[in-house]
Design a protein around this ligand. Structure first.
Ligand code: FES
Length: 149
């Protein structure tokens, strides 16, 4: 019995432990800020969350993964050209994450957005894969209406 206890104690010390996800880190629900802090037709990078918060022309929000759907490079936003351009093989994506040019064939992944008390939050714990952009993916503040994207 003592041997079992010793083995258990040793095992408890050497086994890998799951790291708790801290608020503000990738994998957690992140608070981005108040709705009016994001201009329409803007892209804001959240490096620790590994996503871009995109506010579309109609006021709706999308949280796009910064990881290219071709081979996983980090895709920067080019504010002059108004598109994401991958530095690895030149795939390009529009502000909704849709593919503009290959080799990527799939839109940038999404993270769930919610807006409560006028504060935008993103859940980075679950990546949402999709074929392309659909209007129902956009999250709107309660005062904005759906218009052209
Ligand atoms: S990894 Fe982005 S185009 Fe290849």
């Amino acid at each position: 019995m003592a041997l079992v206890e010793i083995v258990w104690v040793v095992f408890s010390f050497v086994r890998p432990r799951k790291q708790a996800v801290k608020t503000g880190d990738f994998g957690a629900r992140m608070t981005c800020g108040p709705v009016e802090g994001f201009k329409k037709t803007s892209v804001t990078a959240f490096a620790r969350g590994h996503f871009y918060l995109c506010r579309l022309a109609d006021g709706g929000f999308l949280a796009l993964s910064r990881q290219c759907t071709h081979l996983g490079c980090t895709v920067p936003w080019d504010d002059e050209k108004k598109k994401f351009i991958c530095p690895c093989h030149a795939s390009a994506f529009d502000i909704t994450g849709n593919v503009l040019s290959a080799p990527a064939t799939r839109a940038l992944d999404l993270f769930a957005v919610d807006i409560e008390n006028n504060v935008v939050r993103v859940d980075t714990g679950h990546r949402i894969k999709r074929g392309g952009f659909r209007l129902e993916q956009v999250v709107y503040p309660s005062t904005d209406s759906k218009k052209d994207v």
